[in-house]
Design a binder for this molecule. Structure first.
Ligand code: RM4
Ligand code: MN
Ligand code: MN
Length: 424
């Protein structure tokens, strides 16, 4: 049989592994691992999306939850519940058109709410995908006046972010086309480069522009920013304060997301995540519900990068989920706890040992080194960490016992009944 380039006889590899392998850590978790988990949990902050607390649905309809938030006050209040029981979610992402109905004029109101609920406004998300004008695109629209309208809105968002002391402006573009030949793909690249440069020029020092990509939906033939390569090139064209945003649900089925993350880390171009899970496309399911190993592998790439460079990364971890079946606050708590579990597992990887095993191409041991961390039960130590911070050991239980859900359900149902009655 012909040998491939790097192939070694089985025995040599096997003996090499046996000889080169270091002892795997004893017991369920050693001290180094416990410390790593502790540090990781101390550092992990997850931003919640305001829209995740509101009634949302599918393109076939909405199943209304009476407890869902419909005002910005209610969204802050709901987010504060998640933060109260997890201690990990001090910021709330805002969607300007849904949350700041009067734009910049609402900034003081938002500041007030932030103070009252102990939650800061987080990333500012422009909305250039709902108005009728955007039927054929926003920043990529062939009509210059529509491009102007979209850019003006994003520039307003930069000002809103400044007024609120927010760092990140995160536009997502629904731009694209449904049929071949109907739009000039290249012309639209130019419009995006021009537009994002203009937005970048308006950024204040320290602010960041996060460029999100998505392969399809609502456009089904071409999407203007369809993947990380396009987002990366556009961010580079925009300027040094622009980075790529990875929404975990915005990939094709078999795509290796952690490899994309590794590339973006290598080029110092990853600005943030939108976390969710999916089975098919942009399903927006709770994080890790379908494939927790995927999320673990992403966290591992980040923590391995940090371990190698001896420095923390600066990545905004955000949730982008909307739940139409699960209770919204519960789904957020579940997501945050899952993120903590998977991040903690990734923190237990013995990076030095793994590097050695990778170097010697000890495939089985290297894989087991990673996989072993995934299978560690980190829940007891997370409970200890919570206790030490004065947080509930079981966030979901404490939220359920708080009576908050029943209270807001009553209050919001009454209001809902009043508003529907007034239309009758
Ligand atoms: C998109 C994308 C954006 C989010 C909108 C509502 O699919 O993920 O991040 O703002 O949905
Ligand atoms: Mn997203
Ligand atoms: Mn999405």
């Amino acid at each position: 049989m012909k040998k491939r380039g790097n192939e070694k006889p089985y025995e040599e590899v096997f003996n090499g592994e046996a000889a080169g392998a270091q002892e795997a850590p004893e017991g369920p978790m050693n001290n180094i691992q416990s410390e790593a988990v502790w540090k990781a949990l101390d550092n992990l902050r997850i931003e919640l999306p305001s829209w995740g607390f509101a009634n949302t649905g599918t393109r076939f309809g909405k199943f209304v939850q009476f407890a869902a938030a419909s005002t910005i006050e209610e969204k802050f209040s709901d987010a504060a519940q998640v933060h109260a029981v997890t201690g990990a979610c001090p910021t709330l992402a805002l969607h300007v058109q849904w949350d700041l109905l009067n734009g910049l004029q609402d900034a003081d109101k938002v500041k007030d709410l932030a103070k009252r609920h102990g939650i800061k406004p987080g990333s500012i998300n422009p909305n250039v995908f709902e108005d009728q004008e955007y039927k054929y695109g926003s920043v990529g629209n062939p009509d210059a006046s529509i491009r102007r309208k979209a850019l003006n809105h994003i520039l307003d968002c930069v000002r809103i972010a400044e007024a609120l002391g927010c760092r990140d402006i995160s536009p997502w573009f629904a731009d694209g086309s449904n049929y071949p030949g109907t739009q000039s793909i290249r012309k639209r690249i130019g419009y995006f480069e021009e537009g994002l440069k203009e937005v970048h020029a308006a950024l204040r020092p320290g602010q960041r522009l996060l460029v999100e990509y998505k392969p399809f939906e609502p456009a089904f033939y071409h999407t203007d920013i369809a993947d990380w390569g396009m987002a990366l090139l556009l961010a580079k064209a925009a300027g040094p304060q622009a980075y790529v945003l990875v929404d975990t649900g915005h990939h094709y089925q078999a795509q290796n997301i952690e490899q994309i993350v590794a590339w973006l880390l290598h080029h110092k171009m990853i600005g943030g995540f939108h976390f969710n899970d999916r089975r098919y496309a942009d399903d927006d399911l709770t994080l890790g519900s379908i494939d927790p190993y995927q999320v673990f592998r992403i966290f591992h790439e980040i923590l391995a990068f940090e371990a190698e460079n001896g420095a923390a990364t600066d990545i905004a971890f955000m949730v982008d989920q909307s739940h139409n079946l699960k209770g919204k606050i519960e789904a957020m708590i579940q997501t945050v706890c899952t993120a903590q579990e998977l991040y903690a597992k990734a923190a237990t990887v013995d990076h030095a040992r793994l590097r050695g095993l990778q170097q010697s191409c000890s495939l089985v041991d290297a894989e087991e080194c990673l996989r072993g961390a995934f299978w560690l039960d980190v829940r007891p130590i997370i409970a200890e960490w919570r206790k030490s911070k004065g947080l509930p050991e079981d966030p979901m239980k404490v939220f359920r016992e708080s009576g908050y859900l029943e209270r807001v359900m009553r209050e919001r149902r009454d209001r809902h009944a009043r508003t529907t009655a007034s239309y009758a």
